[in-house]
Design a protein around this ligand. Structure first.
Ligand code: URA
Length: 439
């Protein structure tokens, strides 16, 4: 078999055989196929797409390029949630303890933020001492002990994805829904889960800006998961404005602690209840989403989700005292505000720009190698639909360095679009894919 023949076949819209796909993925894993040929094949896939069989073979080959966790010695349902990412998207820190306190096991392997979007690992690392770099053996131990463990990608999990993703990043081939599906699902299925809830974001701050693209990706991922024997459901959710009011790592942890304490902003709380409810449904704890929501709300109200979060933090080496005293989280030295130039209603918030502004303050990475400042970020004082007067504070920035403060503030002022009338409210959950019978 020769890589050049496989590339030509895909270039000419042919369907690759399972052996051809396995050959390329083996080559990506052991470096026997050079990067230039892998890159050419990725570009051919971007243009030509894949059949459902090709996608299943690709996902399976990437999944088996490394270790696939066997968690069968841990009793009960293993259920995870994955989000395609956005701005202020912090639900994992709420729903992981809620689901674990409700009797599920949550083996969560997460990513870091890049560009305008944040990452769960960076948020967790803003908790002093929290270790996201557990070995797989420790990951299993913590999971067994408290029902949840939250770590980063390890070299053993889907190494083919690591290679292919780094090539996609520099060859303008990230956007293919087929490659995104195989990338996400190969890593998630390697966690040894029984079921997966997908939160596929759509809107200005999302990877998939157009709803139809988000739906297409969600359908591919749900079908791929189900084909591999895992219960899967996807919620298409709004990312046309940041989720909640806080953007930035420690600030987002603080907001999650508010939700775990029974408060927090309504949109964040609602989405956390929905996602937890679907985890309970797929994990067999209840039949209907309404029952799952009730269970999640009870677990928050009776304090067991907070207890669980303390336990997770302690077992992963962090300062569990932050749960009761968020002032132990890193705090920025300075604050400044962006104000409205005229009166009216917030008609839209350019969500991606808010994420970029947080990155400029040091809360995110421009390049993978950049270090981040966990304390900085943005607190939105106004959200879409709110009434403002000229001079009303739109948002407050928390910053440590003046270097790009001006740029960030200008970007934020420009992110709030002020109109004459409040826009029509749009649902937070736009559509559910794959949840027939339980919604
Ligand atoms: N996240 C991933 O893990 N992979 C992709 O391809 C895109 C987003």
């Amino acid at each position: 078999m020769r890589a050049v023949d496989i590339i030509r076949k895909k270039r000419d819209a042919g369907e690759l055989s399972p052996e051809e796909i396995q050959y390329l993925i083996r080559g990506a894993t052991n470096d026997s196929v050079p990067d230039y040929q892998l890159a050419a094949w990725l570009m051919a896939v971007l243009w030509r797409g894949t059949t459902r069989l090709e996608l299943a073979t690709l996902t399976e080959a990437m999944l088996h390029s490394g270790e696939v966790l066997d968690l069968s010695d841990i009793p009960g349902a293993k259920v995870d949630k994955h989000s395609t990412g956005g701005v202020g998207d912090k639900t994992s820190l709420v729903i992981a303890p809620v689901a674990a306190a409700g009797g599920l096991h949550v083996p969560m392997i997460s990513g870091r933020g890049l560009g305008h979007s944040g990452g769960t690992l960076d948020k967790l690392e803003s908790i002093p001492g929290f270790n996201v770099n557990l070995s797989l053996a420790d990951f299993r131990r913590v999971l067994k002990q408290c029902g949840c463990a939250l770590i980063g990608q390890t070299p053993e999990i889907a190494p083919a994805d690591k290679k292919l993703y780094s090539l996609r990043d520099v060859t303008a081939t990230v956007e293919s829904p087929y490659l995104i599906c195989a990338s996400i699902m190969s890593k998630k299925l390697a966690e040894g889960i029984d079921a997966l809830v997908l939160d596929v974001k759509t809107g200005d701050g999302a990877f998939m800006k157009r709803e139809q693209d988000a739906i297409h990706l969600a359908e591919l991922m749900v079908e791929t998961g189900q084909r591999m024997g895992k219960k899967s459901v996807a919620l298409i959710t709004d990312m046309d404005q940041p989720l909640g009011r806080k953007v930035g790592n420690a600030l987002e942890v603080e907001e999650c602690l508010d939700v775990l304490a029974g408060g927090g902003p309504e949109d964040l709380r609602e989405l956390c209840l929905d996602l937890s409810a679907w985890m309970f449904v797929l994990g067999g704890r209840c039949k209907l989403v309404a029952e799952g929501r009730k269970l999640a709300a009870e677990i928050i109200a009776n304090g067991s989700a907070r207890d669980k979060f303390r336990e997770i933090i302690r077992l992963q080496g962090g300062d569990a005292g932050v749960v009761d005293d968020p002032s132990r989280l890193p705090r920025a030295r300075n604050k400044a505000v962006a104000v409205a130039m005229k009166e009216g209603y917030i008609a839209a918030i350019r969500c991606e720009q808010v994420g970029v502004a947080s990155m400029l303050l040091g809360g995110g990475r421009e390049k993978k190698e950049d270090t981040i400042d966990p304390a900085v970020g943005i607190v939105l004082e106004k959200k879409v639909g709110d009434r403002v007067q000229a001079g009303s504070v739109l948002c407050t920035i928390h910053f440590n360095s003046d270097a790009r403060k001006g740029e960030a503030l200008a970007m934020l002022s420009n992110s709030f679009v002020i109109g004459d009338a409040a826009p029509r409210a749009r649902p937070l959950v736009r559509k559910i894919i794959g949840g027939a019978g339980s919604a």
